[in-house]
Structures are given as structure tokens and as C-alpha cells.
Design a protein around this ligand. Structure first.
Ligand SMILES: O=C(O)CCC(=O)C(=O)O
Length: 300
């Protein structure tokens, strides 16, 4: 059943907001209902079958393939909201929007979505910070990670280093060859060890919010069968420019502003520029995880 407005606003306390700023993450339990989760899982299968239209790099599927088989063939689809009205609606789910306005500010925009399916045996993502890929001007980048399955250490939940966002430093990256991870690069030379990391085990329906400077990774799905599905969207303050792609002709880096955005809440101070809609849903190529080679756009 959908939450009432009062139930939504009372979900996030001042202490929660303080916790987020102090630790760089916040878990909101039971943000989505069982029905909403089921709808997103079914939509995932329809997208993998190609029923929602063209998804770049989607492996061949046949109508006789089982739901399990079609889901197993895909690790991660970027810009999933472009192809699915259901995924698009989830960008501004009431609990998502309410929490974002509390931790970012009244004006919030979204620029990206990723659907991780991560079947048993599939790899995780090495240590990284999301602002390396999606740079904001005001360090407001925030991930909204919606668990579509219970996420556990066994099936490859998120691991984070609490407080690692606070200094606002982007640590360097290097090539990595650890096949536990689906990415060519990892962040390193940061003053923390794996022992400082904590697993973020959550039940399906929870949303994990995390800061774009927070060091995080995920490990492979080591279960015998099943999935660790998550829809993760990225948001930022609408006041900040988004220098995500190379500056256009005659444009300076200082004024670069990628306008493929969706307003989630409040006002867009740059509405006079209009928006663009060029991106399309595509399966991420192997080795191009959220910890890739420093090319801009790796997360788009
Ligand atoms: O959930 C995962 O496996 C990784 C998510 C992630 O790294 C991200 O959203 O930046």
C-alpha cells in the first residue's frame, strides 16, 4: 500500500540527516512496498527480454528462455529509465524524493540510473568514488540504491567506508586484475584499509543513500542461485552545473553543464537552457564498471 504524505515526511528525522552528513550514508528501511518491489523485478525481466524496446548490447534472448536465464545474462544496464516508464517513476519515488530534499536541499535533479542484476557467480565493483565519474560542482552527488532483493554479504551487498567522504578528496585510480570485480580500475592510496569497511546488508525495499565521495565497493554474488538486484540512481543539487561530458564547441570547462537531467524536486535554476534527451539504455560492457578508466561518461 502507498504511504501517506505524513508517513513519508516522518520517515526522515533530523538525526538521520545528521547521520548522513557525518557518515556519508543513510539506510531508509521499507521505503518501497512488496508490490512496488515485485513490479520492479517483473519490469527487469521484461527489459531483459527486450519487451520494452531496444537496449544497446543486450545479448540475444529467445521467447523460450526462462525468466531466470534472461536475467542471468545481464549484469548491469545503464540509463534504464530511458526505456521503462516504471523505472522512470522510481527515480522520484516519494520516499526517495523526500529523503533527497532533506540531505541535498529543496532543488534536486537526477542524471543517471543503473540496474544491477548480479546473478549468482557474477562479479562486484572494486573500490571507487562516484564523483570520479559524475562530477558535481558542490560535492552534492548522491546515490539512491534501491534493494530489489535482500542484499547480504553472501550475495554481494554494498560495502562502504563510513566517513570516507568527509575530506572531499578524490583518490587516485589504477589498473586492477582482481577477477572478483567487473572493472579495469580501482581507487587506491586512500588512508583506510578493508578493515575499516562495513557491509550494508539490507532487506528488499530499503533505499541506501550514499555520498558521491564515499568509498564503496561490492563483492561477487557467492550464492548457489538467485540474484542481487538493485536499481541505483544518481542525484545532485539543481544549483550545481554538471560538467559530466567534454565541453561543447566554444564552451569552457568552467561552464560545461550536461543538460540530460530530470527534475526530482523544486526548481531548476537553469531551466532557461532547456534539457536534452540523447542517452539510451544499454548493457554495460564487461570491464567498464563504475570504477573504470577515467573516461568521462563511464557511468552514463
Ligand atoms: O551495487 C553494486 O554492486 C555497486 C554499486 C555502485 O558501485 C554504485 O552505485 O556506484
Amino acid at each position: 500500500m502507498a504511504l501517506t504524505e505524513e508517513e513519508i515526511t516522518s520517515r526522515i528525522s533530523d538525526e538521520d540527516v545528521e547521520f548522513y552528513h557525518e557518515n556519508g550514508y543513510l539506510i531508509v528501511h521499507n521505503a518501497l512496498s512488496t508490490d512496488e518491489i515485485e513490479t520492479l523485478r517483473n519490469e527487469t525481466t521484461s527489459i531483459c527480454r527486450g519487451d520494452r524496446g531496444d537496449v544497446g548490447n543486450l545479448p540475444d534472448m529467445t521467447p523460450t528462455d526462462s525468466d531466470e536465464e534472461v536475467n542471468e545474462r545481464v549484469l548491469c544496464i545503464h540509463m534504464i529509465h530511458k526505456i521503462s516508464p516504471i523505472m522512470n517513476d522510481a527515480l522520484a519515488h516519494p520516499v526517495m524524493a523526500e529523503t533527497l530534499t532533506r540531505i541535498i536541499g529543496p532543488n534536486v535533479k537526477c542524471m543517471q540510473s543503473m540496474l544491477f542484476i548480479k546473478a549468482s557467480g557474477k562479479p562486484g565493483q572494486a573500490w571507487h568514488q562516484d564523483e570520479i565519474y559524475i562530477p558535481t560542482r558542490d560535492r552534492s552527488l548522491t546515490g539512491g540504491w534501491i534493494a530489489l532483493d535482500d542484499a547480504t554479504t553472501e550475495n554481494g551487498c554494498l560495502w562502504i567506508i563510513p566517513g570516507s567522504h568527509k575530506r572531499g578528496i578524490l583518490w587516485p585510480q589504477r589498473v586492477q586484475h582482481d577477477n572478483r570485480f567487473d572493472c579495469a580500475h580501482e581507487t587506491f592510496r586512500f588512508p583506510y584499509s578493508d578493515e575499516d569497511a562495513i557491509p550494508v546488508e539490507v532487506e528488499a525495499g530499503a533505499i541506501v543513500f550514499f555520498n558521491g565521495y564515499l568509498l564503496h565497493r561490492s563483492l561477487p554474488n557467492r550464492t548457489e542461485s538467485g540474484f542481487r538486484r538493485v536499481l541505483v540512481n544518481h542525484y545532485m543539487s539543481a544549483e550545481s552545473l554538471l560538467p559530466w561530458h567534454n565541453p561543447g564547441e566554444g564552451e569552457r570547462m568552467a561552464t560545461a553543464d550536461h543538460r540530460e537531467i530530470i527534475m526530482i524536486s523544486g526548481e531548476d535554476p537553469y531551466a532557461y537552457k532547456g534539457t536534452i534527451q540523447n542517452g539510451h539504455a544499454h548493457v554495460r560492457s564487461t570491464g567498464e564498471g563504475g570504477c573504470g578508466d577515467g573516461r568521462q561518461n563511464l557511468k552514463s
